[in-house]
Design a protein around this ligand. Structure first.
Ligand SMILES: [Zn+2]
Length: 171
C-alpha cells in the first residue's frame, strides 16, 4: 500500500504551509490511515499526518472554521486562533483592532508605568487615570499593584510621598 502523499510536494504536509488544504484532501481519501499505517503513532512534529495538523511540539491543532487551515494555539483560546492574513476571520479581527486604535484605546498599560505612579501619588482616582491615559481601570490597577501602590502599601507610599514633597518645599 502506498500513501497518496507520495509523489506530491512534501511541503504541503508542513503545518501552516499554503498547500495544507490539498494535504487534508488527500489524507481524507488515503488508504493508509484507514489501514492504521499512518496516524499519531508516527509522533509528528510540525506536520500533517492522517489529516491532522500537529504543531512543532506535536500537539494536534484545530482547523479554522472559516478558511479550514490549521490554527496555531494561543493562550486563552481553546481552539487556537487563525493567523492567516487571507482568512476572512483574521480580516474581521484586524478591522476590530484598527477600530480600537482609531478610538485611541491603547493596550499596553505597562508603557505608562511612570505616569501611573505619578498620578497615583498625586491622588488622582483610578477611573480618572484610566480616562486620561486611555487605559482600562483594570489595566491601571494591575500596574498600581505591580508598583506597590494598592491597599495598605498605597497609604504608606502616599504618606512618604507627602513627607518628601513637604520637606523638599521646606528646604
Ligand atoms: Zn482562518
Amino acid at each position: 500500500m502506498i500513501g497518496l502523499c507520495v509523489g506530491q510536494p512534501s511541503t504541503y504536509w508542513n503545518t501552516f504551509n499554503a498547500g495544507n488544504l490539498r494535504a487534508f484532501e488527500l489524507c481524507a481519501v488515503c488508504p493508509l490511515p484507514a489501514a492504521g499505517e499512518c496516524g499519531p503513532q508516527l509522533e509528528p512534529l510540525g506536520l500533517i499526518v492522517a489529516g491532522i495538523a500537529y504543531d512543532d511540539k506535536g500537539v494536534a491543532l484545530a482547523r479554522c472554521p472559516k478558511c479550514h487551515y490549521p490554527m496555531p494555539r494561543r493562550k486563552g483560546y481553546r481552539n487556537g486562533v487563525c493567523g492567516r492574513a487571507a482568512c476572512p476571520d483574521g480580516a474581521k479581527r484586524r478591522k476590530r483592532q484598527q477600530a480600537r486604535a482609531k478610538a485611541g484605546i491603547r493596550h499596553k498599560p505597562s508603557m505608562f508605568r511612570e505616569q501611573i505612579r505619578e498620578l497615583t501619588l498625586a491622588r488622582v482616582r483610578r477611573a480618572d487615570i484610566a480616562e486620561q491615559l486611555r487605559l482600562t481601570p483594570r489595566g491601571v490597577r494591575e500596574i498600581q499593584y505591580q508598583l506597590g501602590l494598592t491597599g495598605e502599601k498605597l497609604a504608606r507610599a502616599l504618606a512618604e510621598h507627602q513627607e518628601s514633597t513637604t520637606s523638599r518645599k521646606a528646604a
